[in-house]
Design a protein around this ligand. Structure first.
Ligand code: SAM
Length: 410
């Protein structure tokens, strides 16, 4: 993750010239290491460093902020107050030596079912061809710009601002495609979703930042262990047209099916249909085992995530769109759940096509997962609890004598 040297350029210092950087450090009194940090992370200097940098460069704070693209609310307010003048200033000028645009390959159909269609190609070529306000739900899990090697050889090591620019371009299309009341979900690292949320906040209604508890890298020195993906959830217009979250089973001991905490007098109030889905999803495991992977090396999401999202935000027959196919998990979940779907993958699509020929495997995984939902105690757990004398919804309501009503009795 790096920027395009906006800081050094604003100071009129050549980014690759050590002598110039050293000279600026000496002139300003700000150590080279700190100057490099401001440049590499595109961070505005603060404290004593700020006036020193400004004086040495002979620029104002506003000029530095503008050059680095780090605008304060105050600057934004000033821009709003002068919108007409600034818009004229920024209007793109037709270049006199403009080259004719090279035609990109139109996406080609790679798979069709009764419910959906998969294209092979660039989502930015497909989306402009789709109607505004036509899609009920969009799920997007883009590359994370982590220098990963994709089969499509896409550049996964863009400068930070280029990556964000690219994300904003496909998000703008997603927003246009969504029906009023439709939902947008964006799966990414917290670092990126913090930026994308700021963009989306002015265009859609924020519903949730869902933290999906999955450890995704090894522990890093002097950092907390990265343990959640961010799943942004937005809707178009003031509220969602569809909202039916699944209810989850109560967490019990995996060995004895007993309570993990003391529910005290709260048991009687617990909904027999299960626990409310929260904005922390702790029950998702990554697809690691080769047996379950649909594509080698793909960042394939578990079917469970897509099942939950689709159940939450769509009805049968609704149209689901995912611009980043990968192993096709969204399309498979939509197909199995009787939603219409549309998708595209820029790389090879054979794995998705093969996955659809083996659809029964995914159907089984989905059915196994769904039988655990919308009951406080799924059948097997209920039987185990009755056998070992733990409380159940029925036992609490009928208050039998020999039931373990709390952990102390266990
Ligand atoms: C993180 S993966 C998606 C995984 C998917 N959610 C799943 O569960 O299988 C991102 C995918 O987006 C594809 N991709 C990247 N840029 C694209 C573009 N411009 N248009 C379409 N697909 C793209 C990549 O090739 C990669 O397969």
């Amino acid at each position: 993750m790096s920027f395009s040297d906006q800081f050094f350029r604003a100071l009129d210092v050549a980014p690759g010239d050590r002598r110039e950087i050293n000279a600026f450090a000496e002139r300003s009194g700000v150590p080279v290491a700190r100057l490099r940090h401001y440049n590499d992370a595109n961070i505005l200097p603060s404290g004593e460093d700020l006036p020193r940098v400004l004086a040495a460069a002979g620029i104002t704070e506003l000029e530095l902020m503008l050059a680095m693209g780090r605008l304060s609310r105050e600057t934004l307010n000033a821009i709003q107050a002068n919108a007409a003048t600034i818009a004229k200033l920024l209007e793109p000028q037709p270049a006199s030596d403009a080259q004719p645009q090279t035609a990109t390959a139109a996406p080609r159909i790679a798979l069709e079912t009764d419910l959906g269609r998969l294209y092979q190609g660039d989502c930015m070529d497909l989306m402009p061809t789709l109607d505004s306000d036509s899609v009920d739900m969009i799920f997007a899990d883009p590359p994370f710009n982590l220098k990963k090697l994709y089969p499509s050889s896409i550049d996964d090591n863009l400068k930070t601002e280029r990556y964000l620019e690219w994300c904003e371009s496909w998000l703008t299309e997603c927003i246009r495609l969504l029906k009023p009341g439709g939902a947008l979900f964006v799966w990414n690292l917290p670092r990126w979703n913090a930026e994308l949320a700021a963009f989306l906040n002015g265009r859609l209604s924020f519903v949730h930042w869902i933290a999906v508890d999955i450890k995704y890298s090894l522990p890093i020195q002097r950092r907390l262990y990265p343990s959640h993906y961010s799943l942004l959830y937005y809707v178009k217009g003031p509220q969602a047209r569809v909202f039916h979250p699944d209810r989850l089973p109560m967490q019990v001991c995996p060995h004895c099916a007993g309570d993990l905490r003391d529910y005290g007098g709260y048991k009687a109030k617990m909904n027999p249909k299960g626990v409310n889905l929260s904005d922390v999803w702790w029950d998702v495991s990554p697809v690691r085992h080769a047996k379950y992977k649909r594509r080698n090396g793909a960042n394939e999401l578990p079917l469970k995530v897509l099942d939950r999202v689709i159940e939450l935000s769509t009805d049968e027959g609704d149209l689901v769109f995912d611009p980043f196919g990968g192993a096709g998990t969204t399309y498979m979940a939509a197909e199995l759940k009787a939603r219409r779907w549309l998708g595209i993958e820029i790389g090879p699509t054979d794995d998705i096509v093969r996955r659809f020929t083996e659809l029964e495997q995914d159907r089984k995984i989905l059915a196994n997962h769904r039988k655990e939902l919308n009951a406080l105690f799924p059948t097997e757990v209920l039987i185990a609890r009755e056998r070992t004398g733990w409380w159940t919804t029925e036992s609490i309501r009928n208050k039998p004598r020999n039931v373990k009503n709390n952990l102390n009795l266990g």
